[in-house]
Design a binder for this molecule. Structure first.
Ligand code: NI
Length: 172
């Protein structure tokens, strides 16, 4: 496994790319997932999309296990949301590509997601709570969407400006 570097703001260009579905889950896919997982654990974070390490493939890793709990990684390829609840919920979200910034985001409280697992088998799961939020956040990445796109333009412009300024000052 190899630690990869995570692309962060203001480097928006790659993060805005739409990722392509994987043709099949093979050893190269599994190696990439392992790198993503190690990179995510190291950060640390609870979810990571391949595009965040510069690979435009529809691949995610998620692990909601808390510190001290046994790791429970979920490997996801080609995810599709097949149903989402009318009921919404609010979570304070953050993103490894937008370090040290957190904001409340409203999303459907429950979803159903179809995807390919680590063996390449088609699966469908139902998710609620933090898992539902996390999966929607990560799937957004595959379409070039960041969680700051779900907040007000005023707040979004402010955070983008903050990252551009930090880069100019050589702090990134
Ligand atoms: Ni993110």
């Amino acid at each position: 496994m190899t630690l990869r570097s995570i692309i962060t703001l203001p480097d928006e260009k790659i993060l805005r790319e739409v990722s392509k579905p994987v043709g099949a889950v093979d050893n190269a896919t599994r190696r990439l997932w392992d790198d993503m997982l190690e990179t995510m654990y190291e950060a640390p974070g609870i979810g990571l999309a391949a595009i965040q390490i510069g690979v435009p493939q529809r691949l995610l890793v998620v692990d909601l296990a808390k510190e001290g709990e046994e790791a429970k990684p979920l490997f996801v390829a080609n995810p599709e949301i097949t149903w989402s609840s009318e009921q919404q919920s609010d979570y304070e979200e953050g993103c490894l590509s937008i370090p040290d910034y957190y904001e409340m985001v409203t999303r459907p409280a429950e979803i159903r997601m179809r995807y390919l697992d680590r063996q390449g088998e088609a699966k469908e799961i139902e998710a609620q709570g933090l898992l539902a939020t996390c999966l929607q956040h990560e799937i957004d990445h595959l379409d070039g969407i960041l969680f700051i796109d779900h907040i007000s333009k005023l707040k979004r412009d402010r955070v983008l400006k903050k990252f551009m300024k930090a880069q100019k000052l050589g702090k990134l």
